[in-house]
Ligand binder design. Structure first.
Ligand SMILES: Cc1cc2nc3c(=O)[nH]c(=O)nc-3n(C[C@H](O)[C@H](O)[C@H](O)COP(=O)(O)OP(=O)(O)OC[C@H]3O[C@@H](n4cnc5c(N)ncnc54)[C@H](O)[C@@H]3O)c2cc1C
Length: 602
């Protein structure tokens, strides 16, 4: 089959006579970032196979103020019963579209912290993951456009010039509109001791700051991985192919060497195959990467045996170490809420029409803010919420790590968790690292998210059918430290709400804190209301030493195999103290470089 001249959307049935250098299973944020970098060499052919479609440029994707992730999310994803959250079963959102999460996410782009990356370096025993070592990759990925100076000064938007990248593919800036209520929140938060963060790109993210967003500064639309790592280059890359709306069902092996993939060309199970002369790169997200590995015979032997799947490599860590940022929306009735606010787009037709017209004229508009989220993040360290009180921390230190994992967990997975837990316990003393994020919507609520959970879950197949979603056992708040930490965070939120600048709006607690006072009552309210996910699923095919339950080494190579890597968020060893997206972009630059180094000397 002759390759077409331009990067192209390839017909699933036409492809199986062509051999590729690399096949990427899953065209999300990481998959497209790495496909883009690999195809910079015109002699390298890459095929990306993505389960979801190309988005149609819908308003819900492109216009932040019209945000709705559901049209391009996987249907039918639900948790297993959440045993620490009253046995609730909750729906989980996860992207199914070319560009993955970057097409439907809340657009916040934040580098994690010095503590996060230095922890990765320790856990992987590889200094190339230290904060200092990964910074050049962030700079390489980014294309930052500064807001206008006057607007920035009025709104307390600050950044450090030389920490931002200006020539990379990922375009980003700040929303060009701020609701006045954000000012009240900012003053209230700083009045109770929360410090302004000059720039989260400094690697210190505990405090208050405006959030950079993946907004194209020219036309004010979302800049997704599809835009910045596919559309940007598609006219000039005949070697970059994408099959959309097609699910990879299996990795094909010759012994333990990955040679290609099998994929489904129809809903009734008809399959086709494509072959990779160099490598298969798995990038199906934290839910489906372990599913694909397990279906292909890479996983815990007992699980594979249960379903009669021939074992290619017995890897106990596949699907374990699963993490996410749980969250809760704390709602209020305000007696004197400041207007306009984010609710005004719905309650005030004139305001809505004005803002839409301004957006269409590329002027300052509330439509540049993701619907339902503010532009200011307030993040708190463990010490911000607990002060010098060590009661909870001491209990956590005394706990046997194995007690926090399900009975029967493989000893290597326990060892990996213990290594993470020791680091987490140290991180609780780090005043520069967030353990929680709060975002005030200026209208009705504050989204609170715990970003350094001690609890660990799992992803395990339930059958050999690719279409059966795996068991997503989040095990949210099963570790005894997570709920008391949340309680302390809620008490900090109460302090902010009681400070004069927020008290002026007359906040009256509604769901889930209505009538709730004591710590025990707050804990019970949280167990009844916490969402297990912020759609930041990660770490389920972790980059850790084999003896620590690892699935890939620090070069992302799957243990016990050749020509197979995991290149997406599943390989993160431990959840980061903030949104993953910017980190996917930055770290994908490193992973692409590492892969290239294996094939070229440069
Ligand atoms: C609603 C929502 C809001 C979010 N908000 C933010 C935010 O504001 N800031 C932030 O930093 N992060 C946010 N995130 C998280 C962020 O988008 C993800 O962490 C990131 O996209 C992960 O990148 P990835 O490439 O590892 O996985 P993904 O981007 O999820 O890509 C995986 C891709 O693989 C595909 N796939 C799965 N199985 C198969 C298969 N068998 N065959 C072929 N393809 C397959 C999927 O369809 C998907 O497109 C949000 C995510 C969502 C869903």
């Amino acid at each position: 089959l002759a390759l077409p001249k331009y990067a192209s959307r390839v017909n699933a049935r036409a492809v199986n006579t062509t051999s590729y250098d690399f096949i990427i299973a899953g065209g999300g944020g990481a998959g497209l970032s790495i496909a883009d970098r690999l195809t910079e060499d015109p002699n390298i052919n890459v095929l990306v196979i993505e389960a979801g479609p190309f988005d149609k440029g819908d308003d819900s994707v492109e216009i932040p103020g019209a945000w709705n992730p559901l049209p391009y999310a996987w249907p039918n994803l639900t948790t297993e019963p959440l045993t620490a959250l009253n046995n609730r079963e909750e729906i989980v959102v996860c992207a199914k579209v070319v560009g993955g999460g970057s097409v439907i996410n809340a657009m916040n782009l934040l580098r994690a912290t010095v503590a996060d990356y230095d922890a990765w370096a320790t856990l992987t025993d590889d200094d190339s993951y230290s904060w200092d070592a990964v910074q050049p990759y962030f700079i390489k990925s980014e294309n930052f456009t500064e807001p206008e100076a006057e607007y920035a000064a009025e709104n307390n938007i600050t950044w450090v010039d030389n920490l931002r990248g200006y020539e990379g593919p990922v375009r980003y800036t700040y929303a060009n509109f701020g609701y006045p209520g954000q000012g009240n929140w900012y003053s209230a938060a700083t009045s109770v001791g929360i410090k302004p963060v000059e720039d989260p790109a400094t690697g210190k993210n505990a405090g208050i700051f405006w959030v950079p967003v993946a907004l194209d500064p020219d036309d004010l639309t979302r800049c997704s991985a599809r835009c910045n790592h596919y559309d940007r280059v598609s006219d000039s890359r005949p070697n970059y192919h994408v099959i959309d709306s097609t699910r990879v069902s299996k990795i094909l092996f010759n012994g333990t060497q990955a040679v290609g993939v099998e994929y489904l060309v129809s809903a009734d199970g008809e399959v086709s195959q494509a072959f990779a002369s160099k490598e298969v790169l798995v990038s199906a997200g934290a839910t489906h990467t372990p599913q694909l590995l397990q279906l292909s015979g890479i996983g815990p032997k007992a699980l594979l045996d249960q379903f009669g799947i021939p074992v290619v490599v017995d890897l106990p860590g596949v699907g374990q170490n699963f993490q996410d940022h749980s969250s809760v929306n704390i709602l209020y009735n305000f007696t004197d809420v400041v207007t306009p606010n984010s609710g005004s787009l719905i309650t005030n037709e004139t305001f809505n029409a004005e803002q839409l017209a301004a957006y269409q004229n590329l002027e300052s508009s509330a439509y540049t803010i993701i619907r339902g989220l503010g532009s200011v993040f307030t993040t708190v360290s463990y010490r911000d919420v607990f002060g010098d009180d060590n009661t909870v921390l001491d209990e956590a230190k005394a706990r046997d790590p194995a007690a926090s994992l399900p009975e029967g967990t493989d000893p290597t997975v326990i060892a990996g968790y213990e290594a993470q837990r020791n680091i987490l316990l140290e991180q609780m003393d780090n005043r520069d690292m967030a353990v929680a994020v709060m975002a005030f919507d200026t209208f009705a609520g504050v989204m609170v998210s715990q970003v350094k959970p001690f609890s660990r879950g799992s992803i395990n197949i339930k059958s050999t059918n690719t279409f059966d979603e795996p068991a997503m056992d989040f095990r949210t708040a099963t570790d005894p430290i997570d709920i008391p930490t949340y309680v302390a965070i809620i008490k900090k939120l109460r302090q902010i709400m009681a400070a004069p600048d927020m008290a002026a709006m007359g906040p009256i607690e509604a769901f889930p804190l209505l009538g709730v006072q004591s710590d025990e009552e707050i804990a019970a309210a949280l167990r009844a209301s916490l969402a297990p996910s912020s759609a930041h699923q990660c770490c389920s095919a972790a980059m850790l030493p084999l003896e620590h339950g690892g699935v890939v080494d620090s070069n992302r190579k799957v243990y016990g195999t050749t020509n197979l890597r995991v290149i997406d968020i599943s390989a993160f060893p431990m959840a980061l103290s903030g949104g993953p997206m910017d980190n996917i972009y930055g770290i994908s630059e490193k992973v692409a470089d590492d892969i290239k180094k294996d094939y070229y000397s440069y």
